[in-house]
Design a binder for this molecule. Structure first.
Ligand SMILES: [Zn+2]
Length: 377
């Protein structure tokens, strides 16, 4: 068996559900230990550092024999929860696919980058430059791992090995979470003169936000990414059927394009609230930003992009750059001055019950990364 498949099976068999997403989740400690064990025999320097209690990053470094460029390979080791899966940690192989939680997102990409580094270290080492292989914690929640990584390491170029179906992805959107609150006055349902209905007031907010979303739908698009969007994600309010609700809270997600401010959604929501307050002096609402994550782009002519595309062409693979719909740690690397492309194996079902990766694509990804290390460093 190709060692990359052996490593992938082991990684999928280890529960590393993100405990910030799922209370009681196992976290990244055990999976980090397995990755450290894979890297060390190749003679790679390995550091394991907790970014939060029981939540380690594993970082391997291969120093070249002469000065050159530094390349970083980065992947996350946590996964989302396993709801609806019968055997999430049993890496079943069927029809050339390996099933299990994290098989696509993104233990296959982690196995490919780890095995690429081991192969380079074992076969003569690195002639020039520097290779940093980083398996980071917590991407599925707050990216504590990537935040800690960029404080300690940088590089001239990076590959984040999220699943891209073996395509070079140069861009993805950012996102922003906004919480909206409307305030009313609690009263017995029989006393309309005393009550003020916070939920009906939120209905007005929702009507306005539908208008914002319609504008975004008709608005500007970005190559490889499409348009920005806004949707209502969660809503809570009310105590009982015969009580006027004094409070309603709405969660809104805004997906952002490069060139938009990091508080685009908050501004749109606040504009809607101001308009509603002008229409009706009784309307009382406010908004705050919970989290914002930047969108990501790298130039097509960046050397890491060009080198990777050349390798794909040589292998007869499609080298057309593409964009991904989901957010990744590449935005954190890029924001800290390490330009990153996304390139990883082929699969489907990420975050869902039927998640799988196509086994051949994991070996192909590893082989392309070996060539990239040699070409770029
Ligand atoms: Zn991922």
């Amino acid at each position: 068996m190709d060692p990359v498949v052996g490593l992938l099976r082991d990684l999928v068999a280890i529960d590393s559900v993100n405990p910030s997403l799922v209370p009681g989740g196992a976290g990244e400690a055990a999976v980090a230990e397995r990755i450290g064990a894979a890297l060390r025999p190749g003679g790679i320097d390995v550091e394991v550092t907790d970014v939060a209690p029981g939540r380690p990053n594993v970082i391997g470094v291969v120093e070249g024999k002469a000065p050159g460029r530094a390349l970083m390979l980065c992947g996350h080791t946590d996964t989302v929860g396993v709801e609806g899966m019968t055997a999430p940690f049993d890496p079943v192989v069927r029809d050339g696919r390996l099933y299990g939680r994290g098989s696509q997102d993104m233990k296959s990409g982690v196995a490919a980058m780890v095995e690429a580094a081991v192969q380079v270290a074992r076969n003569g080492g690195l002639a020039r430059g520097r290779l940093v292989v980083a398996a980071v914690a917590d991407e599925e929640h707050a990216s504590k791992g990537a935040e800690a990584l960029v404080k300690a390491h940088s590089a001239d170029g990076a590959v984040v090995t999220e699943p891209t179906d073996l395509k070079v992805a140069t861009a993805h959107k950012g996102f922003e979470w906004v919480e909206v609150e409307t305030r009313g006055r609690a009263a017995h349902g029989s006393r309309p003169a005393d009550g003020r209905d916070a939920i009906l007031h939120m209905g007005r907010v929702l009507g306005r936000l539908e208008g914002v979303e319609a504008k975004l739908e008709a608005g500007r698009t970005r190559p490889r990414l499409g348009r920005a969007s806004l949707h209502a994600s969660t809503i809570h309010g009310g105590q009982a059927l015969s009580v006027y609700p004094d409070r309603c809270v709405l969660g809104v997600e805004r997906r952002t394009l490069v060139g938009e401010p990091s508080d685009a959604g908050l501004m749109e929501v606040r504009e809607a609230l101001s308009a509603l307050a002008r229409e009706d002096g009784d309307f009382d609402g406010s908004a705050r930003q919970l989290l914002t994550r930047a969108p990501h782009e790298i130039d097509d002519d960046h050397p890491v992009c060009q080198a990777l595309r050349q390798i794909l062409r040589r292998r007869g693979l499609d080298d057309t750059p593409t964009g991904m719909s989901f957010w990744t740690d590449a935005a954190i690397l890029g924001g800290a001055g390490t330009p990153a492309v996304l390139f990883g194996p082929t699969g489907a079902g990420l975050h869902g019950p039927g998640e799988y990766v196509e086994i051949d694509s994991v070996g192909t990804c590893r082989d392309a990364l070996v060539e990239l290390i040699r070409a770029f460093c």
